[in-house]
Design a protein around this ligand. Sequence first.
Ligand code: AMP
Ligand code: MG
Length: 426
Amino acid sequence: MKTQKTLAELANTTNVCDDYDPNSMPVEQARDYIKAFLSPMQETERVHLHAALGRVLAEEIHAIHNVPNHDNSAMDGYAYNADDLGQATARLRITGAAFAGNALTGRFEKGACIRIMTGAAIPAGADTVIAQERVELDGEFIRLSDTPNRGANVRYAGEDLKAGQVVLNIGHQISPADLGLIASLGIGEVSVYRKLKVSFFSTGDELASIGSTLKTGQIFDSNRYTLFGMLTQMGVETHDLGAIPDDPILLEQTLIKAAASSDVILTSGGVSVGEADYMKQLLQKLGQVLFWKIAMKPGRPLAFGKIGNAHYFGLPGNPVAVMVTFYQFVRQAMLVLMGQASPAAIPMLNVVCTSPIRKLKGRTEFQRGILFVVEEGHWQVKTTGNQSSGVLSSMSQANCFIVLDDDVGNVEGGSLVKVQLFDGFI
Ligand code: AMP
Ligand code: MG
């Protein structure tokens, strides 16, 4: 078990909780602090392969046999031994036939060949296959139109997986390809970490839930739906605890309820400066929570910590900021909590940006971008326009973030920018 700093220690080592901007915390540093404070899931369960997609392996998968487990043909054609092919006698007698999954009919003889179909086992003594298009049939003989190299068109036993090798490691998230790979070993059940239970709720007096009529000054709560969507993409168990007004008693009850039944609690709103301070007071009372100002836009306020045994992320209220902070901080942290030892970073590409962008140095900006095809194979990126953190339609239109690091200033149209794909996630 690695030693972790306490949250209080983290808080004391920097000025990160200061409200004054120059002390706000760089994005990378916030990521590192969060990473140092995560306790990955330990509980495991066995599931059938049909239920294993997206789950994180809690056991190593070994190859219990070779895949494929016999040398076999990669083509429909004829199998023979390359030694038997004299230059002048490119003519072989057919003495048998092998179909995939069936025993050889007839037999393979030295100096002869057999008809063989894709996937059928190569008979002992044969070592090469010629495709049927490259032979001429002459009664019970074939005439070869060329001389393939020894071993041509043969797929060897263990070419995919060798008996005894480690196929997938503990902490690997199971993809569709992995399901097939595990099935190719004849394994039907795997041990995975238990699903994370994630409770989330929105805070704000102005929030109305779907089904009610908006009163003056009210808005419909959209954050619970973007959060629900992203959490569902992650394959966790979601618990929607509703939209809670800025009322200390209700907020406290909801936090206590969430902490008792969840591995992770996510809230939106109520963590920025100038909010009715209930959330901050409650979080300080109920758990160990830090309030950070991150040097980023959108998504500056972020709270992180623990309430009881549950990890807590307090996201900003603005709809775009919720999605950005989730994608930049929560997603990676939750993958670790789910049992993934080292989650793959989201790919970052360098792409020409056709829009000029005004940008202040000293903070990271995540602009909503649209990657588009200029001509076959060539992509460029443009912004979605209005980058206000309340404009959720920009997230719907976008397919990527244009990531402008701390040291980047104004961007002229036609310059290279870093682009992070949504990858079907957002
Ligand atoms: P807050 O962080 O609570 O100050 O909220 C910042 C902004 O986001 C305000 O304009 C809120 O009305 C808006 N907002 C907060 N929560 C939500 C929500 N659940 N759905 C949509 N907008 C929200
Ligand atoms: Mg609020």
